[in-house]
Structure formats: C-alpha cells, structure tokens
Write a protein that binds this ligand. Structure first.
Ligand SMILES: Nc1ncnc2c1ncn2[C@@H]1O[C@H](COP(=O)(O)OP(=O)(O)OP(=O)(O)O)[C@@H](O)[C@H]1O
Length: 259
C-alpha cells in the first residue's frame, strides 16, 4: 500500500524549453502542481500545450531547465542520473500509450522486470507478487502469454501491473487509453479508478479526452505551457458538462500561475 503520510508528488515552478531548429519552444512556463495522497488527477489541454513534457519531467524522464520535482520528499532535480533511474524504477509507476512491454518476454516476466536484481534474476517473492497482481487485474490466465498474443486492453493491464509491482508512490500515465477502442479504454479508466478508490493509489493521467478525464477526481487544464484551470470533477454532473466547460476554457481563458 502507498505511504499515506508523505506528499506523493510536488512540482514547483517547472520551466522547460526545447530548441526546434532556430526556434525555442517553451513547453513549460513556470508550472507548479502538487498531488495529494490518494488523489486521481487528469491533465488536459490542446495538442502541444506541454502535457507530456510535464508528465515526463514529473517522472524524472526529462530534466527541467529550472524548478523542482519532489516525490515523497526526494528532490529529483538534484539526483545524479544513476540514482534517479533507480529511484524512478522503485517509486514511480509509469504507464504509456503504446504499453512499452518487452515483446520477447511473457506477461509475468514483463511485470517482474522492475523487481529484477542486477544480473537479471528475480526472487521467488517477486514472482509471487507479479502473479498476484496479474490475477488482481484479471490476467491470471495470461501470465505466460507474450504481448503479441494479447489484446491492446490486456497489454495495457499488464503495463499497469508492471507499474504497480514496486508499490510506487505514484502512477503517472501518459494517454493510457490513446491506443485503445472505447470499450477497452473505459475498462482501463475503470481499473485506474478502482485502484485509486479501493487502494488509495495516487494517479496522474494525461489525456486529451474529456470522457477519460471525467473518471478522475481532479482535472488540471493546461494551455501554452501553463496551467489555466484546476477543477474538482464533483462539480460536473456528467462527462458532457466537463467537455463543454473544457472547450469554453481552452478557447478563452488566460493561464493561471501556480496551483
Ligand atoms: N524533444 C523535443 N524536442 C523539441 N520540441 C519538443 C520536444 N518535446 C516536446 N517538444 C515541443 O514542446 C511542446 C509541448 O509538447 P508536448 O508533447 O509536451 O505537448 P502535449 O500537450 O503533450 O501534446 P500532444 O497532446 O500532441 O501529445 C510542443 O511544441 C512540442 O513540439
């Protein structure tokens, strides 16, 4: 179970600029975002507004130009590369649009990967834990299957099991339903919500779809590299009203400062 005491993620004043030929693109313009224990937040915004960059910086996959990211009180921005890789493997669960499973490995082996010791061996305990998670996610009958023998929805569930196997502080998911049809997409949203509500998992999910964001308890809207709105989804009676408010927001509202 996640540690209920410490703030799973706190990012402050993140700035990230990319060079594109002779131009500089400011992907993050002083973004601050904190995630509370047991919170399920969606990050929305138009294409190119900086959602994936924010998620990757929060995951320690991309270094910011300035600003800090704290996960359970540990500042990723000052960690040397080797320590950051190890910390990310143990404390941050990552889920991607394309699942990112290893094609040559079975579902069970994919889930055990983050628990592998140096030299590629996993303990019996690691195997038990991975099996238990696959069972929990409805894949008990698929543990020996390779990714190409599973549906997209099943592959994403394997990826979620892999993200959970180290019992991380937070799950960061980048468009987790983006490669799935609506039925499988809904099943993945429902699973994330269940993990949040039943196990208190802290989750941040990037999506451009209001119907997906509506599964979260909080929606953070970005525009032009900044956060422009931050909503509790209780205020919306349904996904349609969230979609309407979102459209109004991205067509009108100037960006806010820190949230
Ligand atoms: N590695 C990179 N090199 C150069 N520019 C980049 C790089 N990564 C992102 N960018 C630029 O930074 C800006 C933000 O990109 P980002 O991928 O974070 O947006 P996004 O909101 O996730 O978009 P989408 O919804 O289309 O995935 C864009 O202008 C993008 O072109």
């Amino acid at each position: 179970m996640p540690n209920e005491q410490s703030t799973p993620l706190q990012s402050v004043d993140l700035v990230k600029t990319f060079r594109q030929g002779v131009n500089l693109v400011q992907a993050l313009n002083s973004v601050s975002l904190s995630i509370q224990p047991g919170e399920f937040a969606a990050i929305m915004g138009p294409s190119g507004c900086g959602k994936s960059t924010l998620l990757h910086v929060m995951a320690g996959l991309t270094r910011p130009d300035s600003g800090s990211v704290n996960v359970e009180g540990e500042d990723l921005s000052v960690m040397p590369d080797g320590r950051l890789t190890d910390f990310r493997r143990r404390r941050i669960g990552l889920v991607f649009q394309q699942f990112n499973l290893v094609a040559a490995l079975s579902a069970l082996e994919n889930v055990m990967l983050p628990l592998m010791a140096e030299g590629g061996r996993a303990s019996a305990n690691a195997q038990e834990r991975a099996k238990h998670l696959l069972d929990r996610l409805g894949l008990g009958g698929r543990i020996g299957h390779r990714p190409d023998a599973m549906s997209g929805g099943e592959q994403q569930r394997v990826a979620i099991a892999r993200a959970l196997v180290t019992d991380p502080a937070i799950i960061l998911a980048d468009e987790p339903t983006g490669s799935l049809d609506s039925g499988n997409g809904n099943a993945i949203c429902s699973l994330l919500k269940e993990l949040n509500q039943e196990e208190g998992r802290s989750i941040v999910m990037v999506t451009h779809e209001p119907a997906v964001a509506a599964w979260a308890g909080r929606v953070v809207v970005m525009k032009d590299g900044s956060v422009c709105s931050d909503w509790n989804t209780d205020q919306f009676p349904d996904a349609q009203s969230l979609a309407i408010r979102y459209q109004e927001t991205i067509s009108s509202q100037p960006a806010l400062g820190a949230v």
